[in-house]
Design a protein around this ligand. Structure first.
Ligand code: MG
Length: 164
């Protein structure tokens, strides 16, 4: 069977509740805000959705399977370390990241003024040019879609290209 697919796509989703007394990390960078996200690891919702998108592109088990939140060693874990592990798997499979697009579903804090900070962080972590990383923020307009004002959710889609 020819297993050489030139392109692979992956989709990831994650959500965490806002909580006082935690740092807010989005895309591997700290966002200045009075709340952070609750979770077993550092709760970087954007990196978690990105990791699941990358794993999904390779049809690998998801983040919760590879890094279970019942593992005490992963408490407050830096999500950038999980991402590094996943990037190694992509390199090993001989793919590279061509493009990423993402949506943050978030009533607060205001993301639009932080998009460049998040994009620069992702660009450095992934070694992907900033003009290949889409970041959009959407408020929920009181629709109850994502616990308005109480949580942040993220959707990420990635395109991988087979290395020559
Ligand atoms: Mg998560």
């Amino acid at each position: 069977m020819n297993n050489l697919i030139p392109y692979r796509i992956g989709l990831g989703f994650d959500a965490h509740r806002l909580k006082k007394g935690r740092k807010l990390l989005l895309g591997g960078t700290e966002i200045n805000f009075s709340y952070g996200l609750a979770g077993h690891s550092d709760a970087d919702v954007l990196l978690h959705a990105l990791i699941d998108a990358l794993l999904g592109a390779l049809a690998l088990p998801d983040i919760g399977t590879l890094f279970p939140d019942t593992d005490p060693r992963l408490r407050n874990m830096d999500s950038r370390k999980m991402l590094k592990d996943v990037l190694t798997r992509i390199t090993r499979a001989k793919y590279r990241i061509a493009q990423i697009d993402s949506v943050l579903i978030c009533d607060r804090p205001q993301i639009s003024s932080r998009v460049n900070q998040i994009r620069q962080s992702l660009s450095a972590l992934l070694k992907v040019r900033p003009d290949r990383i889409g970041i959009k923020a959407k408020t929920t307009e009181g629709t109850q879609l994502a616990l308005p004002g109480k949580s942040i959710s993220a959707l990420v889609i990635v395109l991988l290209v087979k290395k020559r």
